[in-house]
Design a protein around this ligand. Structure first.
Ligand code: NAD
Ligand code: ZN
Ligand code: ZN
Length: 353
């Protein structure tokens, strides 16, 4: 297939573009020019339209996790844009298609995990905005075998948060094996959690929301939570145990404070499942006796597969979930991070290019 030259290069303009770059771990990104990459085999160059800002991008920028990316790198893994150039070889997308990058940027396709529908656990996976440059720039590369296909006719700014926040909580809810009519606690009602409340409701669960910000809990009620708990004002374990008469069947933790993880065990019903999505640095206390005696399942859940992504986007395209999104510019990224640190973002901030 012949590769099409990107418009800016073709018109003789700069072969550089503006991106928010982590040059060293710390509080701030540098918004500066970087070189336009050339797509290799299985890759496409994408001109960004929108990108959500995930709390993971903040963890990446600050170097919070034991496995770290290598600066300089460009964060961002909720990007949506138009394919403007394809690398050599065959592709399942065409120039002009609207695609997204995701945290699961690519995987080997051939290992035990990839072959059994667990590609997020591939040892050779690449992560968007972490091991591969992401969507905090005017252009990005995607692997066309793994790029998200964006449904036609959707609002791209609004759809962007589905690419990480949406798919992550949708998958987390699925693996909790909580059934329609059963109680699901969503702990943390931020970018991930505000969608978790809506997905859980759409999946027929009875939703309880826990956060430490009153305004987020008010919104959670609008999105379908039948009971809310402010963990700053009251003990969420006692409140949830009392409301559910014995604990919730499923707990999804999206909170960014480690206190929420220990509390999640206490909120569970006997034989309940606790799914961890949130990734704050640190550890939490857990009683072996409590876990064994009450038959608890605790499991981590990392984003979702390409199939989970298609399903999560389909919920959105059918109007079953609606991200709350506030627009910002790439140049405001450090201010957005500051709001995120303070827990002051309602839903998601998304960059419009
Ligand atoms: P966010 O900043 O938008 O939301 C975090 C929420 O947690 C806020 O509403 C905040 O008020 C709430 N919170 C803080 N302390 C709390 C407490 N003690 N109890 C209850 N709620 C509390 O962040 P986000 O973008 O939703 O991301 C959340 C976490 O999920 C991050 O750690 C992120 O890295 C992680 N994440 C994991 C995956 C995955 O695949 N597992 C994917 C995306 C994000
Ligand atoms: Zn693999
Ligand atoms: Zn994310």
């Amino acid at each position: 297939m012949t590769s099409v030259q990107p418009d800016r290069v073709r018109s003789g303009q700069s072969s550089q573009f503006t991106a928010a770059v982590v040059d060293e771990f710390g509080p701030n990104l540098n918004v500066r020019d970087v070189d336009l990459p050339k797509p290799g085999p299985n890759q496409a160059l994408v001109k960004l339209i929108a990108s959500g800002v995930c709390h993971t991008d903040l963890h990446a920028t600050e170097g919070d996790w034991p496995v770290k990316p290598e600066p300089p790198f460009i964060p961002g893994h909720e990007g949506i844009g138009e394919v403007i150039e394809l690398g050599p070889g065959k592709h399942s997308v065409s120039v002009g298609d609207i695609v997204g990058n995701a945290w699961l940027w690519s995987a080997c396709g051939d290992c035990e995990y990839c072959r059994t529908g667990r590609e997020t656990q591939c040892n050779d996976a690449e992560y968007g905005g972490y091991t591969q440059d992401g969507s905090f720039g005017e252009y990005m590369l995607v692997d066309t075998r793994y790029a998200a296909r964006i449904p036609e006719g959707v609002d791209y700014l609004e759809a962007a948060p589905i690419l990480c926040a949406g798919v992550t909580v949708y998958k987390g809810l699925k693996v909790s094996e909580t059934k329609p009519g059963q109680f699901m606690v969503v702990s943390g009602v931020g970018g991930l959690g505000h969608l978790a409340v809506q997905y859980a409701k759409a999946m027929g669960m009875r939703v309880i929301a826990v956060d430490i910000a009153e305004d987020k809990l008010d919104h959670a009620k609008e999105w379908g939570a039948e009971f809310v708990v402010n963990a700053k004002d009251e003990d969420p374990v006692q409140a949830v145990q009392a409301y559910t008469d014995g604990g919730a069947h499923g707990i999804l933790v999206t909170a960014v404070h480690k206190d929420a993880f220990g509390q999640a065990l206490g909120m569970a019903r006997r034989d309940g499942t606790i799914v961890f999505n949130g990734l704050p640095p640190g550890e939490f206390p857990a009683s072996v006796f409590d876990i064994v005696f009450r038959n608890l399942t605790i499991r981590g859940s990392l984003v979702g597969t390409r199939q989970d992504m298609a399903e999560a986007l389909d919920f959105y395209a059918r109007g079953l979930v609606k991200p709350t999104v506030k627009e910002c510019s790439l140049h405001e990224i450090n201010d957005v991070f500051e709001l995120m640190r303070q827990g002051k973002i309602d839903g998601r901030m998304a960059i419009r290019y």
